[in-house]
Design a protein around this ligand. Structure first.
Ligand code: NDP
Ligand code: HSE
Length: 393
């Protein structure tokens, strides 16, 4: 049986776990792929680095990644180095030469994924990157394969473990509350006084999460996709509200399947390597069968909707003067921009009055214009916070 030969680029947190799993699962992988998987070479930056007891021949290490990629005995390139360059050059070279690529490099895919897809098409090669999206969580394959008979309408994810950890600790307000808050403030995630938002979210039966959202929007001129990343309040009853610690989760809504949630570890050497191994098996099988995976769906051709046109709901906290007519003036600004108010709540009195307003859905540009105009009002001392509200009626 002719083996499938890998060039492994990078042998750090993820790469070393890829090596370990390839060794430990060798028999199973051979059975699944239909041929043994062999490492042809491993490119690293520092040959002298102590790599512990990695189950691999030290003679495989090289600092010449490009030379390794170009070798004739390499079928598949696995890139776990990260960064834009030189990773892009290596991967474009591999794909154009017809070598399949498995990568965990989210930065490169976000920056120039199109160039990689073009090179894959040009070379007739596979480009797989399950590990680059929510770490260990199988997401791309379920979306691309299991759900390809369905129409996906919305994907909402918690894909930043660090931020989720902070927000979860803040929400839980246990012993780590102050620590999480200080850390969040130092990192620039939190408002100067974020306690008000957290308390307000609780009062509304919500919790705050950093969400990435891609949704399909139908309009008179056809369908488009809205894509955004921002903190948002979500109801505590929403499945994403229960995602705590550093976990990742992705909530998928499809027309026929309904609501699905994928949950798991979004980072870490072994979890991420698990996703890389899954891709290695998939491209290995494809190579033996002489096929490549299906190209992207028609979703890829849908235009991205400008953020200003995306319909969202806002939760706005205003520090206001507490006297007659203030609410009327504030409400007038919302009315002027055709933004409908869902609820209004006041806390405090006199110099400490805070108005908390939650809107119905309105185009983001109208909401932003409303906030700008409120800021200019004499009666508004300051805008304490503006948060979007997601995941409810
Ligand atoms: P590390 O920093 O731990 O490892 C990077 C590896 O790349 C090291 O082995 C390093 O060599 C090697 N390297 C760096 N520059 C070069 C170069 N110019 N030529 C050859 N080799 C080079 O990174 P991670 O393993 O954490 O991450 C790798 C990728 O996986 C990134 O794209 C990251 O975004 C992605 N990822 C990581 C996750 C995680 O939890 N760690 C989760 C999901 C994705 P040396 O060993 O000699 O220093
Ligand atoms: N998805 C990851 C996280 C990013 O949980 O933060 C790891 O690079």
């Amino acid at each position: 049986m002719k083996p499938v030969r890998l060039a492994l680029l990078g042998c750090g947190t993820v790469g070393s776990e890829v090596v370990r799993l390839l060794h430990e699962q060798a028999d199973d992988l051979t059975a699944r792929v239909g041929a043994p998987i062999e490492i042809a070479g491993i490119a690293v930056r520092r040959l002298a680095r102590d790599r512990g007891s990695l189950p691999v021949d030290p003679a495989l290490f090289t600092t010449d990644a490009l030379g390794l990629v170009k070798r004739d005995d390499v079928d598949v390139v696995v890139e776990v180095v990260g960064g834009i360059e030189p990773a892009r050059t290596w991967l474009v070279e591999a794909l154009r030469a017809g070598k399949s690529v498995v990568t965990a490099n989210k930065a490169l895919l976000a920056e120039d994924g199109g160039a990689l897809h073009d090179a894959a098409t040009e070379g007739g090669a596979d480009l797989y990157y399950e590990a680059a999206v929510a770490g260990a969580i199988p997401l791309l394959r379920p979306l691309r394969e299991s759900l390809h008979g369905d129409k996906i309408t919305r994907v909402t994810g918690i894909v930043n473990g660090t931020t989720n950890y902070i927000l979860s600790s803040m929400d839980a307000s246990g012993a780590s509350f102050t620590e999480a808050l200080e850390e969040a403030t130092a990192l620039g995630y939190a408002e100067a006084d974020p306690t008000a938002d957290v308390a307000s979210a609780k009062a509304m039966g919500c919790t705050i999460k950093l969400l990435c959202i891609a949704s399909r929007v139908s309009g008179p001129s056809g369908d488009s996709i809205s894509v955004r990343v921002h903190p948002a309040m979500i109801p505590r009853t929403h499945p994403l509200a229960s995602v705590g610690d550093a976990f990742n989760a992705v909530f998928v809504e499809a027309e026929a399947a309904g609501q699905l949630m994928f949950y798991g570890r979004g980072a870490g050497g072994a979890p991420t390597a698990s996703a890389v191994l899954g891709d290695i098996v998939a491209v290995g099988r494809n190579r033996l069968a002489g096929v490549r995976s299906a190209s992207e769906s028609v979703y890829a051709d849908l235009p991205v909707r400008p953020m200003g046109e995306v319909v969202t709901r806002y939760h706005i906290s205003l520090d206001v003067a507490d006297r007659a007519g203030v609410l009327a003036a504030v409400a007038g600004v919302f009315a002027k921009h055709d933004v409908s108010i869902a609820t209004v709540r006041q806390s405090g009195r006199g110099d400490d009055a805070i108005l908390v307003i939650v809107t119905h859905g309105a185009p983001d540009a109208a909401l932003a214009a409303t906030v700008r105009e409120l800021q200019a009002l004499d009666i508004v001392r300051s805008i304490a916070s503006v948060l979007r509200v997601e995941g409810g009626a």
